[in-house]
Write a protein that binds this ligand. Structure first.
Ligand code: 6PG
Length: 231
């Protein structure tokens, strides 16, 4: 995992938005489409808002999410709802290109994890997975001390006891994250400094799930100066 340090949060968001814009253009040209798994969190959502005004060929973009809070469809707690407000509802991306993870009104949590795993199989390779990171070094909904980091054989798992509410969530496994060509973490704020130092210093996976993240081609941790303060 390679750290990329930005002067502040605004610079991080603007630079990563530039990089996503260029990546979509490059992939659209080379392979016809770009598939991105989005993250929740405030940095990930600011990033989406920054992309909305860019000259992107939205027809070429396919979106899904690396995790989701298992609440009712349309709830403002859902990462998908926040992404719709920040970006999706503001641009000409076809609705058939937006692949939300299931909501609580679609059925049980276990059925949702199975449906999401099947949906990802259909979707094919993910070009870029974006991840926020919590102060506890969690990524997606893989939290320290929970078994999720060790689960294999399934792309999306049910999470029942998230220490951060809501307790029920769907999450990519490390296997699914690491099947992506690129993984970019977007990490800002002084409350992330300890976690960033531990992750980049090679902490134990069970205590710092972000340690287990590795894209096939590239793994970057974008940090603002505050989050990088202890590196
Ligand atoms: C959640 C959060 C969380 C978030 C990180 C980073 O699922 O409850 O959204 O996983 O992505 O804590 O958040 P920030 O981008 O706000 O630092």
């Amino acid at each position: 995992m390679k750290p990329v340090i930005h002067a502040d949060r605004a610079a991080l968001v603007a630079t990563v938005a530039d990089a996503i814009e260029s990546l979509i253009a490059e992939l659209a040209e080379r392979q016809g489409r770009a598939t991105i798994a989005l993250t929740g969190g405030s940095v990930g959502t600011e990033l989406l808002a920054a992309l909305a005004d860019r000259p992107i060929d939205w027809q070429r973009l396919v979106l899904t999410w690396s995790d989701e809070r298992f609440v009712e469809a349309g709830s403002s707690d859902r990462n998908a709802t926040q992404a719709r407000e920040a970006l999706i509802d503001r641009v000409a991306i076809p609705s058939t290109s937006v692949h939300e993870l299931p909501a609580a009104d679609d059925g049980s949590l276990d059925a949702a994890a199975e449906a999401a795993t099947a949906m990802l199989r259909e979707l094919g390779p993910i070009d870029l997975t974006l991840l926020g990171m919590g102060p506890d070094a969690h990524v997606a909904s893989l939290f320290p001390g929970l078994p999720g980091v060790h689960v294999g054989g399934s792309a999306v798992i049910a999470v029942r006891d998230s220490p951060k509410p809501p307790p029920e969530r769907l999450s990519f496994t490390l296997e699914a994250i690491n099947a992506s060509d690129r993984v970019w973490l977007v990490v800002a704020g002084a409350d992330k400094a300890d976690a960033a130092a531990r992750v980049l210093g090679g902490a134990d996976l069970a205590e710092a799930p972000a340690v287990g993240v590795a894209g096939r081609l590239e793994t970057l941790m974008h940090l603002d100066a505050e989050a990088a303060a202890q590196l």
